[in-house]
Each structure stands twice: as C-alpha cells, then as structure tokens.
Write a protein of this length. Structure first.
Ligand SMILES: *Cc1c(COP(=O)(O)O)cnc(C)c1O
Length: 410
C-alpha cells in the first residue's frame, strides 16, 4: 500500500509522478515527495508503531515506498542515551545523545537513507546503484547493495580516511577514488548519472533517499515518550539531514503523534567548511561555496545542495548555528568518550563542540532538554585522534615491570 501521492517542485509547486527524477524541468527547483496525510493518519498510530520491530521501517507510512521494504530491514532505532555525566560537565539539566554511531549495519546515520533509497531503487527496477560520497554513504551503499544483490559503484574523494575506504572495499563494490574534493566528485557524478541508467542514491533517487533522514526525528520523539525536545543539534554536510529532522517533527505534529512542537533545530559545521552557518550568521540565504579544509571529512561539502533549505529550517524552528575548529572537534570527541563511553567520528565531534558552544553562549538555556545527534562511529576516523590520546604503558611480561611502570600501587 502506498501513501505517496507523487513528487512536487519545492520552488514552483509543479507536480510530477513517482519517477527517478530530482529537478523541476521548468524552474530547476528540487523535487520533494508528497504524502497523503489523511490516509497516513488513519493507518499510523502510536500503538501500531509500538507493535512493530525496532527498525526505521516502523514508520513505513511516512517513507516514500510503494511496496514492502526490502533493504536495510535492521537499520535504525538506535539508542537515545541519557548522557548524565556529559550533562553535568556542560552544566545542563537534560541532555541526550541520539547515537547513530551504533546499531546500524555500517555504523552511521547513512544506513537510514540507504535503506529507503535502495528499497526504492528495487521498486524502480534498477540493477546497479551508485553514489557520490564523503565516506559514510559509500559504506552504506556498498553494504546494502551487496545484501540486495545489486551492482554498485561508489565515488569518493581521493583523500578519505583509511577506515572509510576499507569499510567500502570489503563489500566488493567498484570504488572510484576521484582526484578532487567532494564537490568535484559530485559534479562528475551528475554527468555520469545523466549517461548511465543507474540508481544514483543522492542524485536521481535523492527525493526518496533524503526522506530516510526523517526517521531519526521520529525515533527521538518516540523514545522521549512521544514528545519533541526543546533543542536538537545536527551536523550539516549537504544540509539535508537538518531539513528532514524538522520535516519529520512537523509531520508527527500534523498527525497529532506529538502534542506540540517546541523544537529549535541548531546547525553544526566545521570552521574549515561552514558555508551554511556562515550565510546564516550573515543573515543571508545565499550560500557562497567554499573549499573545505577540515578533519571532519564526512561533512566537507563546500557547495551544499540543501544549504538554502537548511537556513529556512533554522529560521522556521528558531534555531541557530555555530562552527567548531579542528582542535575543538578532537576535544569534543575525547569529552564524549570520557564522559559517556561513546566513540564518535569527527562529525560527532563537530556536533558536540557546537552544542557546548551554544550552551556556553546561553543560546541553549541549561534547563531545557537537548538532543545531540551523533551520526558516525570513531573507529572509521581513527587518524583524527590517533596522536592526541596518549600512549599505552609498555612493559615486559612480569609483575616487577608492571609495578615499576605504574609506580606505587596500594
Ligand atoms: C552525511 C553525514 C552527515 C550530514 O549529511 P547531510 O548531507 O547534511 O544530510 C552527518 N554526519 C555524518 C557522519 C555523515 O556521514
């Protein structure tokens, strides 16, 4: 059963059928999925959701597929961790980590978008899927394509972290490392997508793919007992995730699954790649592309496709944005590890560093509930912290050597 009416241009409102297309032929606006919310309202209740398996497909009516889900059946429903030690350290009352670095097949939030994109690719009859990626998307597409029996090409910038490269190659897709940054990879992929009949998850399948990000918001609300938090801090690359967190919460509110919508969505970017936050701070909605220079490679998109809509999200929700330096990113990774036992990748470092800043600046008041989205796992970006976390205590295999090394032990 389908709850999707079709696609619609976000700019001129022109409607399109459900096809693997992503731009309006008339105004070049981007296309978005339109749902039949009345029909969804009759089918989707808190009780129905609670009875379903703990995966993102429990919100299936709000996802853009026509048949049953076929890919990524175990993706999603990651922990919402009450971070009491971290909250104390930051001087706030209630802080949660939405921990997408774990309980996902490839340990990042990209398993959400790919579950939806590849289920849709199969519905469209694609035999090969592809993506332009800053790393995590390549991992998720590679893994899910392998499991789904689809051909797979992933395109990445040449200078990615080893962990991200290995975590694609192991699934045996075609990994194409392009000499250039993500924006150059993406430009090349748009050309390739025009020529080959592939399901490019973040190009011709983008309207469907992007909807998968809403599930992080659905889960946060459900895990809070069907309430929306006062603040959500989200990392931005293309900006898509931030817009979909907001869209997801608005949908729950529209369907009366949450009683009210107090949430402010806040944007986190690395200082070395902050085109969206910079524009927002300048009070502009025109994104000036930048050349990224940051250790947060998963967020290193200098010309973000959804930047304009991300700024609208911040404005509409009353949120704000901040940036984090490389040093602050590493400090935040270590802070999260030390206080909560969670090892995040650089993107999570950006997000926590920005949350910390917004709390310090008083823009997030200490008594209001905060959710920080940790979107990827630290084991994939070990080189970012390798030289800043000390060394093991090296000893010979004897008690004497041990006691000499550690000093006097009572
Ligand atoms: C892709 C990615 C994001 C942000 O994605 P958007 O393009 O803004 O939707 C955030 N964190 C991690 C770890 C990512 O891989």
């Amino acid at each position: 059963m389908s709850f999707v009416k079709g696609l619609k241009c976000r700019e001129c409102g022109r409607e399109y059928p459900k096809e693997p297309i992503y731009v309006c032929e008339f105004c070049f606006g981007s296309l978005e999925v339109v749902y039949d919310y009345e029909k969804i309202g009759r089918a989707l209740t808190r009780k129905a959701i609670a009875a379903r398996p703990p995966a993102l497909w429990r919100y299936r009516e709000l996802l853009p597929i026509d048949g049953d889900p076929t890919v990524g059946l175990t993706s999603g429903f990651t922990p919402l961790v009450p971070a009491r030690n971290l909250a104390r350290e930051l001087g706030v009352k209630t802080l949660y980590i939405k921990d997408d670095s774990t309980c996902h097949p490839t340990m990042s939030f990209k398993d959400r978008v790919v579950a939806v994109a590849l289920t849709k690719a199969k519905e469209f009859g694609f035999e090969t899927v592809a993506c332009a990626s800053t790393g995590n998307l390549a991992n998720a597409v590679s893994a899910h394509a392998a499991a789904a029996g689809l051909g797979c090409y992933v395109f990445i910038p040449g200078d990615l972290e080893m962990g991200k490269i290995i975590s694609s190659l192991v699934y045996a897709p075609k990994v194409v490392a392009v000499e250039g940054n993500y924006d150059e990879v993406n430009r090349l992929c748009s050309e390739i997508a025009g020529k080959y009949r592939w399901g490019f998850v973040n190009i011709n399948l983008r309207p469907y793919y992007a909807e998968g990000s809403k599930t992080i918001a659905f889960e946060i609300a459900e895990q809070l007992g069907w309430l929306a938090p006062a603040h959500v801090v989200v990392p931005l690359a293309s900006g898509s995730l931030s817009t979909k967190v907001w869209k997801g919460l608005k949908e729950l509110h529209k369907l009366r699954l949450i009683p009210d919508l107090p949430t402010r969505v806040h944007a986190a970017q690395a200082e070395g790649c902050s085109p969206i936050v910079t524009a927002f701070k300048e009070g502009s909605d025109v994104i000036r592309p930048v050349k990224p220079k940051t250790i947060a490679k998963s967020l290193a998109i200098g010309n973000p496709a959804d930047g304009y809509y991300a700024i609208q999200t911040l404005q509409e929700s009353g949120g704000t944005g901040e940036t984090a330096t490389d040093e602050e990113i590493v400090d935040a990774i270590k802070l999260l590890a030390r206080t909560e036992g969670i090892f995040t990748e650089t993107a999570g470092g950006v997000t926590l560093a920005v949350a910390k800043k917004l709390i310090k600046q008083g823009r997030i008041p200490p008594e209001e509930p905060i959710v920080v989205c940790v979107t990827g796992n630290g084991l994939k970006t070990q080189e970012a912290v390798a030289h800043q976390i000390g060394q093991p205590i090296r000893i010979r295999p004897s008690l004497k050597s041990f006691e000499e090394a550690v000093g006097s032990i009572q």
